[in-house]
Design a protein around this ligand. Structure first.
Ligand code: PEP
Ligand code: MG
Length: 584
C-alpha cells in the first residue's frame, strides 16, 4: 500500500472522513494594490462593479434560502444585515462615483471607500457601532471576491464535502455543518481553539495547522482526513482508500458497541460512581446529551448567542434560549456559564475588540468584560436567574482571577434578584454560584475561592494556556501544550484538594476531562465529576468502568509529591498506559 501523505497537521476532532475537497476562498485576506484604468474603460468598469454587487446579493439570498430551520436566529440575522448593506449608497454609489471621477479600478475604488468607512467607525465612541466595521469588511470582501472571481466555489453543494480553508470562524463551521460538510482542514489554529472544540461537538473530523493546505490541495479532488492522527491524504490509491474505509466501518461498529453502555452506571470496578456531564453549546446538543444519558450539563457555553450580530441579545432572547435547553433536558441539571468572550471567541456585534490590544488572552475577557459592561451582562444574569425557577440550573463564572470579582459578582446577583422581585418575575433565590478555575492565580488561591463559591470547575484549556504561557490557538507553540506538565498537575491537584477541604464539588470541564488517556490520572487525583462534549461520554464511561479508583488514588498520591522527577513522569505514563489496558 502506498500512502500519499499530503499534509500533517494537528488532529483536533477524531474520526475519518473521505470526500471531495472544497477550497474556501472566503476569509482570505486580499492584498489589493492601486490600479487605474483608461477613461474609455470607465463605463465597462462601472458595469463590472454593479454586476459584482448583484452577484454578491444573489449569493446571500441563496444562502438565506438554504439555511436550515434549526440555525440560530443570530446567524440568520447577520445575512439580513449584509443584504441591507449591499443596497447602501455608501458601498455602492460612492465607489461608482470614484470609478467615474478618478478612473480607478472597481476593486481599488471599493478599497478606498472601505478604508474611509473604517476610519469613521474607528472614531466612534459607541463600541456597538464600532463593530459595524466588521460587517463592512465582510460585505466588501464578498464583492471583491466576485470582482476578482475568487469564489466560484461558494454556491456549490457542500453535502459530503471536506472544507479546506485558511481559517474558519465558529460561525462558518456551524453554517457549513448545516450544509452537510463531513470534515474540515485549516491552515491555522490549534486543537484548543474554539472552532476545533466546536468541530468535536459537531462530531466532524478536523485537522488544523496544515500549512499551505489551500495551495497544495485542489478543489474537487478526493481527500481522506484522519482527525485522530492529524493526517490529510490526497491522490490516494485503491488500497489506501479501502484501508480507510475499513477504519470507518470499524469506528461505526465501535460506536454501536459503546451505545450498549447507555443506561449502565458510570462506576469504577471498585464501585466509585463518577458524575459524567456534558459540555454543550448549541440547541442541537440537547438531544445527544439526553440520549447518551449524561448526568448533567457541566458547561453550557453561551457565546453563540452573541455571535454574528450587531447588537447583543436581550433578556427575552437569553431566557428563551436557556428555557429551550432546560425544558429539553427535562430535569437534567444545567450549569450555565456566563459570557466568556475573548481571543478566539470573538463576537461581531456585542463588543468590538480594540485593535490596539496586543495580548487579548490577558485582556478584558470573560468576567472582566461582564463586570465592566453591565449592558452585556445584566440581561444574561436576569435570564439565568429566571430560568433557574423553571428547572435545576446553576450559574458558572469563567476566568476568575481575584476574589474581588467574586464579591462584585455576588453583589450584582443580589441586585438582580431584587430587581426581578420588584418586577414580579419568578426566579431562584438560592441559585448555586460556581467559578471556573482557569487562571493559575485562582488555582493557587483555590481554598479562598472554594470558601466563597458553591462549586468549582477546572477549565484546563485555559489553565494550561496560562500556566505554560502558550497561546492555545497558535499552532507554532502548540508542541508546548502539555496537560501532563508537572506544574499543571500540581495546580489541578490544589483545586481538587481545596474543594475537598471546603466540602464543595469540583469538576473538570476542559478537554482533558473527556480524553480517555487522562481519566485514570484524574480519578487518581480524586476527581469524581467530569464534563465533556457529548460525543466523548460513552468512551469515558467505558474507560472508567475498567478502572480501580482506590488503587489509582493510592498510586497517584505517592507520585504527586515528586511529580517533577523524570522518574515520576515515567511512572505516571506507565500508570496511565497500564490502567487503560483491558482487564485480563
Ligand atoms: C477551558 O478553558 O477549559 C474551558 C472549558 O473553557 P473554554 O474552552 O470555553 O475557554
Ligand atoms: Mg476557558
Amino acid at each position: 500500500m502506498t500512502l500519499s501523505c499530503t499534509g500533517i497537521g494537528i488532529g483536533t476532532s477524531r474520526g475519518i472522513a473521505i470526500g471531495q475537497a472544497h477550497l474556501l476562498q472566503r476569509g482570505r485576506r486580499l492584498e489589493l494594490m492601486p490600479r487605474y484604468i483608461d477613461r474609455e474603460e470607465v463605463p465597462d468598469e462601472v458595469d463590472r462593479f454593479r454586476q459584482a454587487v448583484s452577484e454578491a446579493r444573489r449569493q446571500l439570498r441563496s444562502a438565506q434560502k438554504k439555511i436550515p430551520a434549526s440555525t440560530p436566529s443570530d446567524i440568520v440575522a447577520f445575512i439580513d444585515t449584509h443584504l441591507l448593506m449591499l443596497n447602501d449608497a455608501a458601498l455602492v454609489e460612492v465607489p461608482i462615483n470614484r470609478i467615474r471621477e478618478q478612473s480607478c479600478s472597481a476593486e481599488w475604488a471599493l478599497q478606498i471607500q472601505r478604508n474611509e468607512l473604517a476610519q469613521v467607525f474607528d472614531a466612534m465612541e459607541d463600541p456597538y457601532l464600532r463593530t459595524r466595521k466588521d460587517d463592512v469588511d465582510h460585505v466588501v470582501n464578498r464583492i471583491q471576491q466576485r470582482l476578482l472571481q475568487l469564489d466560484e466555489n461558494e454556491q456549490e453543494e457542500l453535502e459530503g464535502k471536506i472544507i479546506v480553508a485558511q481559517d474558519l470562524t465558529p460561525a462558518d463551521a456551524i453554517l457549513m455543518r448545516h450544509r452537510g460538510i463531513t470534515a474540515f482542514i485549516t491552515e491555522y489554529g490549534g486543537p484548543m481553539s474554539h472552532t476545533a472544540i466546536l468541530a468535536r461537538s459537531l462530531g466532524i473530523p478536523a485537522v488544523v495547522g496544515v500549512r499551505h493546505a489551500t495551495h497544495c490541495l485542489r478543489h474537487g479532488e478526493q481527500l481522506i482526513v484522519d482527525g485522530e492522527q492529524g493526517v490529510v491524504l490526497a491522490a490516494v490509491d485503491d488500497d489506501t482508500l479501502s484501508y480507510y474505509r475499513s477504519r470507518i466501518e470499524a469506528a461505526r461498529l465501535q460506536t454501536a458497541e459503546l451505545r450498549r453502555l447507555i443506561g449502565q452506571p458510570a462506576a469504577t470496578r471498585d464501585g466509585r460512581t463518577i458524575r459524567l456531564m456534558a459540555n454543550i453549546e448549541l440547541p442541537e446538543d440537547i438531544e445527544s446529551t439526553r440520549s447518551l444519558g449524561a448526568d448533567g450539563v457541566g458547561l453550557y457555553r453561551t457565546e453563540y448567542l452573541y455571535m454574528n450580530r450587531s447588537t447583543p441579545p436581550d433578556e427575552e432572547e437569553h431566557y428563551r434560549a436557556y428555557l429551550e435547553v432546560v425544558q429539553g433536558l427535562d430535569g437534567i441539571p444545567v450549569t450555565i456559564r456566563t459570557l466568556d468572550l475573548g481571543v478566539d471567541k470573538q463576537i461581531d456585534g456585542a463588543y468590538a475588540r480594540d485593535e490596539q490590544v496586543c495580548n487579548p488572552a490577558l485582556g478584558l475577557r470573560a468576567i472582566r468584560l461582564c463586570l465592566k459592561e453591565p449592558r452585556l451582562f445584566l440581561p444574561q444574569l436576569r435570564a439565568i436567574l429566571r430560568v433557574a425557577a423553571a428547572g435545576p440550573v446553576r450559574i458558572m463564572i469563567p476566568m476568575l482571577s481575584t476574589l474581588q470579582e467574586v464579591y462584585q459578582l455576588k453583589e450584582l446577583i443580589e441586585q438582580t434578584k431584587a430587581s426581578l422581585a420588584r418586577d414580579g418575575l419568578p426566579f431562584d433565590p438560592m441559585i448555586q454560584i460556581g467559578g471556573m478555575i482557569e487562571v493559575p492565580a485562582a488555582a493557587l488561591s483555590a481554598d479562598a475561592f472554594a470558601r466563597e463559591l458553591d462549586f468549582l470547575s477546572i477549565g484546563t484549556n485555559d489553565l494550561i494556556q496560562y500556566t505554560l504561557a502558550i497561546d492555545r490557538i497558535d499552532d507554532e507553540v502548540n508542541y508546548l501544550y502539555d496537560p501532563l506538565h508537572p506544574s499543571v498537575l500540581r495546580l489541578i491537584q490544589m483545586v481538587i484538594d481545596a474543594g475537598r477541604r471546603q466540602k464543595i464539588p469540583v469538576s473538570m470541564c476542559g478537554e482533558m476531562a473527556g480524553d480517555p488517556h487522562y481519566i485514570p490520572l484524574l480519578l487518581g487525583m480524586g476527581l469524581t465529576e467530569l464534563s465533556m462534549q457529548p460525543g466523548a461520554l460513552l468512551e469515558a464511561k467505558r474507560t472508567l468502568r475498567g478502572l480501580n479508583a482506590d488503587g489509582l488514588i493510592r498510586q497517584v498520591g505517592e507520585l504527586m509529591p515528586s511529580i517533577d522527577d523524570p522518574e515520576s513522569t515515567d511512572r505516571l505514563s506507565w500508570l496511565i498506559r497500564t490502567s487503560l489496558e483491558p482487564a485480563p
